[in-house]
Structure formats: structure tokens, C-alpha cells
Design a protein around this ligand. Structure first.
Ligand code: FE
Length: 195
């Protein structure tokens, strides 16, 4: 983990990762990881979500870039916990709502599989494959526990953008469009900790 990161340079750090590694494949989907993240953020923007949600949608898979285990493939037999890696990177600079959306985007899939019978049928093949590695649908106890998270609504929203952001050739906004937004979210968070 890089520890010379500050709220001043974290956005250019993320931009750099995005530019160097964004062209990598995304979990066996037909879009690259950068396309996927930009699609999720663009969909959030189009739906008029607030900046926190848009930024969370943009960064939800940032953990794929930092996992020391390398990128996911359809042959993986264990889950790589990219959501925890992503949350760890972000928690120093981003509000809890963004961190929770990242940290629990996989749990949200397991939650929705348990709560919404239609949801599973809409998942992509790669997402169904990873669901098995991630523990399958939540049990009743797990869903009850999950619903206690005060950020449940944004977590679920971001999950839907995640699932929808896998369209080959979808036109999206560019990463640069989102930079001022990320900067505002980071700055507001820094000010809220250290007014
Ligand atoms: Fe994703």
C-alpha cells in the first residue's frame, strides 16, 4: 500500500492507475475494467445521483488494480476479495458512504440474489461464476444483518450501476469529467474530519 498518499495527490494517483491499467479485461466481461467503471459512473450521473454515489460507482472496482494476487479470471477457484482491497485504499480519503459502497458491492450482489428473484436471472455469466466463489445468495440471517448498514440504499444503487455497466460499446463520459467531482468528495471529507 502506498503510504505517501495525501488528500492532495490521491486523485492523480487514481487517475494514473486508471490510465495505466484501465485497458485490462474485466472479469471475463466484454468490456475493459476502465469501460466498466466509466459506464457505472455515467449511468449514475444520468440518473441524477449525488456526487458521492457517482464517485462510488466510478471507483467500486478500484481494488482490482491493487490486489497483489493479480487480476481475476474465470478459472479462479478462490475469491480475491477485491472489494476489501478497494475499501482499504479509499478509506483514508473518502467518506464512509463511498467506502461502504465499494466494500459491500459484492455483498450487495449476494443480498439482491436473496431478496429479488429476478435479480439473479439478469446477472452476467462472469458475475454468476464469481457469485459462487463469493458464497452464493445470502441467508436470511445475513440479509437481516446487511440491512442494518445505514448506507444500504447507496450500496444497492451502486450495485445496480455495477451490473448495468457491462455493455459493449456504451458511450460514456471520460475519466477527466469525473475528476473535479472526486476532488470535491475528497476535499469535503478532509474538511469534515479536520475543519
Ligand atoms: Fe464491477
Amino acid at each position: 500500500m502506498k503510504n505517501n498518499l495525501t488528500s492532495q495527490n490521491v486523485v492523480s494517483f487514481i487517475k494514473d492507475i486508471f490510465e495505466r491499467r484501465g485497458a485490462e479485461e474485466y472479469l471475463g466481461e466484454r468490456v475493459t475494467i476502465a469501460e466498466h467503471m466509466l459506464q457505472a459512473a455515467t449511468l449514475a450521473e444520468k440518473e441524477g445521483c449525488n456526487e458521492t454515489i457517482i464517485v462510488a460507482a466510478l471507483l467500486h472496482d478500484i481494488g482490482h488494480f491493487t490486489s497483489e494476487f493479480g487480476s481475476f479470471s474465470m478459472n479462479d477457484e478462490v475469491d480475491k476479495l477485491h472489494e476489501d482491497a478497494g475499501a482499504k485504499i479509499l478509506e483514508r480519503f473518502f467518506p464512509k458512504q463511498v467506502v461502504d459502497c465499494v466494500k459491500f458491492h459484492v455483498s450487495a450482489k449476494r443480498y439482491l440474489c436473496a431478496k429479488d428473484p429476478d435479480y439473479f436471472s439478469k446477472l452476467s455469466d462472469a458475475s454468476i461464476h464469481s457469485l459462487k466463489l463469493q458464497g452464493g445468495s445470502m441467508s436470511k440471517e445475513e440479509t437481516t444483518q446487511f440491512e442494518k448498514n445505514p448506507n444500504l440504499d447507496p450500496i444497492i444503487k451502486v450495485r445496480y450501476f455495477d451490473d448495468a455497466g457491462k455493455e459493449e460499446g456504451m458511450k460514456t463520459l471520460g475519466f477527466d469529467y469525473f475528476i473535479p467531482m472526486i476532488e470535491r468528495v475528497v476535499e469535503n471529507h478532509a474538511n469534515s474530519i479536520n475543519p
